[in-house]
Design a protein around this ligand. Structure first.
Ligand SMILES: [Fe+2]
Ligand SMILES: [Fe+2]
Length: 194
């Protein structure tokens, strides 16, 4: 019988990919970018961070608590997500032409870089040491299923923001991002059909 979990990337690799994607999006936000581009980049970042934080809180952190609930990085993760959500709210309430827009976005970027560093240097290696490859792939499949539920209704908006936000950047990068989403969708369809 077809098993999605055997084909799925591990949850730790998916988390690393999400981090790379959001950091690359932050890098497109330059002071001289047009307000329309700044708005699209901010929307991409806010939506991606919200979905990523929810996926970690629903799937990854509970799995980690099951193996090491005392880990300090794990304990401060949710409060840090909540601080990011507060900044996301502020960013959404600010016009892209306002100087505060860039300041809030860069504060969010600093927080994200710090948080991502803790996850990638402590939590992800820890998960890979303590959970087996099968379990990591099973959690990865669970993450893909939930991601499609969360992102599905916004798919058109997410694709449009990516196209506008990366319009001054390399086409290959956009194709890479779009290709990854398409691959995840195909994988899920294949699993449902089997
Ligand atoms: Fe996180
Ligand atoms: Fe993360």
């Amino acid at each position: 019988m077809f098993s999605l979990k055997k084909l799925s990337p591990t949850i730790t690799d998916m988390i690393r990919f999400d981090h790379s994607h959001v950091l690359v999006t932050f890098h497109q936000y330059t002071a001289d970018a047009k307000p329309k581009v700044k708005q699209a980049l901010a929307d991409t970042i806010c939506n991606a961070l919200e979905i990523h934080a929810t996926l970690e809180e629903e799937i990854f952190y509970p799995a980690m608590r099951g193996i090491d609930s005392g880990e300090p990085v794990l304990q401060k993760s949710v409060p840090e997500h909540n601080e990011m959500r507060r900044l996301i709210g502020e960013l959404r309430a600010t016009e892209p032409g306002d100087v505060r827009h860039g300041q809030i976005l860069h504060q969010l970027m600093r927080d994200v870089i710090h948080h991502v560093a803790d996850e990638e240097t402590v939590l992800l290696p820890h998960a890979e040491r303590l959970l087996g490859k099968d379990r990591l792939s099973e959690l990865g499949a669970e993450m893909t299923r939930r991601r499609l539920e969360l992102a599905g209704p916004k798919a058109g908006k997410l694709a449009m923001d990516t196209a506008i936000g990366f319009s001054g950047s390399t086409t290959a990068l956009v194709l890479g991002v779009v290709g990854t989403v398409a691959a995840a969708t195909l994988l899920t369809r294949k699993a449902k059909a089997a």
